[in-house]
Design a protein around this ligand. Structure first.
Ligand SMILES: [Mg+2]
Length: 373
């Protein structure tokens, strides 16, 4: 009997509120105080366990309550009692059991991969196709409504070796965006700058404003308008010389097919929380590459646990060539939940080589960060 014939016997959930160090504003909403995640632990009958995280944002993907209920009520019956090695069948059953709730499905696939890797003694990247890179360039997002504090952050990350930033725009007026881009160009020439509107522009002035921003020569401009405005995305793309990225418009492979057909972007932000797990994220990236588009490794408001899942996915996906934004564990959370620091330093994330995800959550931290009911 294979080790992977072991049954899954344990299915435990934690709904956490993780304190953050500052307010952050985006085109679709703000985060302040804490971000909420749901952590899943699967245990096999031999005693090994595997961990996964759902990182919802209510205004973007869905609510933490929905992720918690999807896992607890609708997905659990399709997992407990199944064999560890039946990952594809379990994921197919979870997809049918509850619509949407992509963050919950990402947590499930991550925990199944971690469990399989820990039992087999191989890293998650090996289960996702093998490694194409040992490090991933790190991008840090600049999103504080108090720009003086972001100047402090940019000085800090520049000293740390970070060379990619993403300026969040479209939440406090066009003049504020222009002023910040001018200051960055003047005082921080070391950075390659990307711009992300998070759907912040209305149809009345989107083309004109994006044209202004394109004049600063960012390496890409991301999702200026609402997710469902595919036609307007295509119009903006045709009006500028800077690459346009789709984020909120493309969750999974189904959206990606439409994005390619309607030519709405030059690239896509790939996130396991949107696609519903690492495997479907890889499919999105490969569809983009096949259509001549680039791919970037995005994230939600995550702990180091979800960052690890994204890191292993990107390590095994050569089509994601624009780096990642797994900065929250180091620069945004007051305290991460992992036993060891998430491996970002010197402007890159280093891919772990240990079994499974390579680092485990600290179970004591899960207890005291549990969200008060
Ligand atoms: Mg984005």
């Amino acid at each position: 009997m294979s080790e992977l014939d072991q049954k899954i016997t344990g299915f435990d959930l934690w709904h956490l509120a993780l304190p953050v160090v500052s307010r952050r504003d985006h085109g679709i909403g703000a985060v302040e105080g804490a971000c909420e995640i749901v952590v899943l632990r699967l245990t096999a009958e031999g005693g090994a366990d595997g961990w996964g995280e759902a990182s919802p944002w209510a205004v973007f993907t869905g609510s933490p309550e929905a992720a918690d209920a999807a896992l607890d009520r609708y997905i659990r019956p399709h997992v407990v009692g199944r064999r560890v090695g039946d990952r594809a069948a379990i994921m197919a059953d979870a997809a049918r059991a509850v619509a949407h709730c992509t963050e919950a499905k990402a947590a499930l696939e991550t925990a199944l991969l971690d469990l399989t890797g820990c039992i087999s003694g191989v890293p998650v990247w090996a289960l996702l196709g093998g490694k194409c890179r040992d490090t991933i360039p790190l991008s840090v997002s600049i999103a504080n409504p108090d720009f003086d504090r972001d100047i402090d952050l940019m000085q800090r990350i520049r000293t740390d070796g970070v060379r990619l930033i993403k300026l969040k725009t479209g939440f406090a007026g066009h003049a504020f965006d222009i002023r910040r881009l001018e200051r960055i160009a003047q005082d921080f020439p070391e950075f390659e700058t990307r711009v992300d509107f998070n759907q912040g522009l209305g149809p009345e002035d989107a083309v004109a404003r994006v044209r202004d921003i394109a004049g600063f020569g960012p390496s890409f401009i991301e999702q200026p308008v609402a997710a469902h405005h595919f036609g307007l995305m295509a119009d903006i793309r045709a009006a500028i010389d800077v690459p346009l990225l789709a984020d909120e418009s493309v969750f999974g492979p189904e959206d990606m097919g439409r994005a390619v057909a309607e030519r709405i972007a030059d690239g896509v932000s790939v996130k396991i929380m949107k696609s519903g797990g690492p495997t479907r994220a890889q499919t999105v990236a490969r569809m983009a590459a096949a259509a001549g588009m680039t791919a970037y490794g995005g994230d939600m408001f995550e702990s180091g646990l979800a960052h690890l899942a994204g890191t292993h996915m990107i390590a095994a996906t050569p089509e994601i060539s624009l780096g990642c934004e797994f900065y929250q564990a180091q620069y945004y959370l007051a305290e991460d939940i992992l036993e060891e620091p998430f491996p970002s330093a010197g402007g890159v994330v280093t891919v772990p080589d240990g079994p499974g995800l390579g680092i485990r959550p600290d179970i004591d931290k899960l207890a005291y960060m549990a969200r008060a009911a």
